[in-house]
Each structure stands twice: as structure tokens, then as C-alpha cells.
Design a protein around this ligand. Structure first.
Ligand code: PEP
Ligand code: MN
Length: 339
């Protein structure tokens, strides 16, 4: 149920409604939209009638059911788009956010060179995996904490924010100590223990769509994080598995406007994993901007042919700079900006 407060409701009245909801056996989540405050009552309680009766409270404008299975992340509870603030950065605002860097953190030289290059080209966030969920156990698994330290060093040197993947619940505190944004990879989209733990972290989470997951499943995974207390979630379309094998994945671009219709959360696109091919990254990135993505995450490596992972879908620094230049023009057509 959503309990929409009147625009002149006081904090005391809002708190009172939250207390009532808890008394009825539901969790109360406050959602502050541009025009109104909404309290979402979620849970499996048996007191729907009592919740309905809240509409007689003087500060309550309306009580309505949340029709979607995902509640807190749905548009039902918040009509305006969520903008996630991260220091001086806004994710989901007018300005597009670009995260770029290597698939894996390999060496100090590799990371620093890439970080400087993507910064020069206009990216705001450095990506780089320190914990790698590889299909084969014999492939490079990541530098782990050494990689996290290198990412922190690169942040220090460039001023870029840092995003990195978290693959187990046990490592959440450690990774959160170093990263500005925690990335949940496609393979972990339904690692519910991990999602619950990320709900208790005070850092934004980038949630990638599982390679065989539906939009509904993606939103329900986001709901896990929100229901456990963290509403700073960025959704990421990174391609899904289909019968087509010419590309690594099939980039489901229609997911972007659909996710925006169904959810208030920001949505970004990963054209690297979405296509698996260097030559397709730029056209796919342009299409992502045109279809309304709030940003991009792109793999960049100084020497893609020597990369320890995902070289074929990584841009060189100069290809990335060219791509950014072209994207700037596309952003303007969409009334978006890039720095
Ligand atoms: C990655 O970003 O390097 C990665 C492993 O992505 P995904 O989870 O989308 O496969
Ligand atoms: Mn990768």
C-alpha cells in the first residue's frame, strides 16, 4: 500500500503514519518525491483494512494499492525519477554519467594509464574489477584487495569516483571501504544474500541485469536492496542471452525506456558486455543515449590485445575519446549534457 501524504504534512504527522504502519505489522519506507512524500507500507501483514483507514488521518491525501510485485522501486510510489547524489556527481539527472576503465585491474601502470585517459576524455567514474566472477576457474580471478588499493590510488590521482564489483556477501564491508559504487554483476543478480547485505550499505549499488533475467526479475532484485534499506540503486542493461551467437549478448535497448516506465531508478547501458565486440561499442552507446539511458559503462584498456579479460570488447583510450566526442553531440539532441 502507498500512503500519500498531503503536501503540507508535517514531519510529526509523517512519523505518526510510519508508527501506525509498523503497529499494523508492515515495514514503513519513506519516499520523498518532488511534489509529495509517500510512505510505502510493505510486507505480508493481515491488516490491509487498518492501512486503508489511514486515509481518514488529517495529513493523508490518499491510500492506494501498489499494483506491481516490486514496490519501493516502482513508479507507483514515486512519479519523478530518482537522482542519486554522489559527492558532486548526480546519477539520473540531466547530465549523462560515464563509467569507464578496464574489465580487470591488472597492474598499477595499466590502471593509472587508463584512469588518466578516461578522465581526459570526460568520464566521471573509473571502473575496474578486483574480484572477477570468471566462467572458468582457471582464468584470472582478480587482484582482490591489492586491486582495491590500486583503485583507491587511481581515485586519489585523478579525482574520479570508483566503481568495482562485489561477488560475495563476506566481502561487502571491505569493498565498500574502497569503492564509491558497488557493482553487482550479471552472474550475481539473484544472489539474494548479497543483495540483502547491500541493502545495509551506505553506498550506491549498480545492479546489472542477469544474462537470462527478465525485467521483472531485475526489478525484484532491486527491490531486495531497497527493502533492506538502500534506495540508491542504478539499473544496468548489459545484454541478455538469446539464440544469436554473432554477438556475445543481445543488447536489449528497449529495456531502457521500459525500465523508466516501470521504475523511478536511473538506468545505464553497458555496450561492452552487451555486444562483446569493440566495433559495436560506439554505435550501441549512441543508441543507448538516443533511447534515454542515464549513462554508460564502457571497458577501456591501453592495450586491449594484451588484456587479462574482455580485451575484444574494450576500447583503446583514443577510441574511447573519439566515442565520447561523438556521444556529446547525441546527448545534446536528447537535451542531456556531458562534461
Ligand atoms: C564486468 O563488468 O566486467 C562484468 C563481469 O560484467 P557482467 O556482470 O555484466 O558480465
Ligand atoms: Mn568485463
Amino acid at each position: 500500500m502507498i500512503i500519500a501524504m498531503k503536501s503540507n504534512a508535517t514531519e510529526e504527522q509523517i512519523n505518526h503514519v510510519c508508527e501506525k504502519i509498523r503497529e499494523f505489522g508492515y515495514a514503513a519506507h519513506l519516499i520523498r518525491g518532488e511534489e509529495r512524500v509517500v510512505v510505502a507500507a510493505v510486507g505480508r501483514g493481515d491488516y490491509k483494512d487498518q492501512l486503508q483507514s489511514l486515509k481518514f488521518s488529517p495529513a493523508v491525501a490518499d491510500v492506494a494499492a501498489i499494483t506491481q510485485p516490486y514496490k519501493l522501486v516502482s513508479r507507483d510510489v514515486k512519479a519523478d525519477r530518482t537522482v542519486i547524489r554522489l559527492g558532486d556527481l548526480e546519477i539520473g539527472g540531466r547530465r549523462l554519467v560515464v563509467m569507464a576503465g578496464p574489465c580487470s585491474v591488472e597492474t598499477r601502470e595499466q590502471l593509472m594509464e587508463t584512469a588518466e585517459a578516461v578522465k581526459r576524455a570526460g568520464a566521471q567514474i573509473l571502473r575496474g574489477g578486483a574480484y572477477k566472477p570468471r566462467t572458468s576457474p582457471y582464468d584470472f580471478q582478480g587482484l582482490e584487495e591489492v586491486g582495491l588499493k590500486l583503485l583507491a590510488e587511481a581515485r586519489e590521482a585523478t579525482g574520479l569516483k570508483v566503481i568495482t564489483e562485489i561477488i560475495t556477501p563476506e566481502d561487502v564491508e571491505l569493498v565498500a571501504d574502497y569503492a564509491d559504487i558497488l557493482q553487482v554483476g550479471a552472474r550475481n543478480m539473484q544472489n539474494f544474500a548479497l543483495l540483502k547485505k547491500l541493502g545495509r550499505v551506505a553506498k550506491p549499488v549498480l545492479l546489472k541485469r542477469g544474462m537470462s533475467s527478465t525485467i521483472k526479475e531485475l526489478l525484484l532484485s532491486a527491490e531486495y536492496i531497497a527493502a533492506h534499506g538502500n534506495d540508491r540503486i542504478i539499473l544496468c542493461e548489459r545484454g541478455i542471452r538469446t539464440f544469436e551467437t554473432a554477438t556475445r549478448n543481445t543488447l536489449d535497448l528497449a529495456a531502457v525506456p521500459l525500465l523508466h516506465e516501470l521504475s523511478h531508478l536511473p538506468v545505464i547501458v553497458d555496450p561492452s558486455h552487451g555486444t562483446g565486440r569493440r566495433t559495436l561499442i560506439r554505435p550501441a552507446a549512441k543508441a543507448a543515449v538516443a533511447i534515454g539511458a542515464d549513462g554508460l559503462i564502457i571497458e577501456v584498456h591501453p592495450h586491449p590485445d594484451q588484456a587479462w579479460s574482455d580485451g575484444p570488447q574494450s576500447l583503446t583510450p583514443s577510441e574511447f575519446a573519439e566515442t565520447m566526442k561523438e556521444l556529446r553531440r547525441y546527448a545534446l539532441i536528447e537535451s542531456r549534457s556531458m562534461n
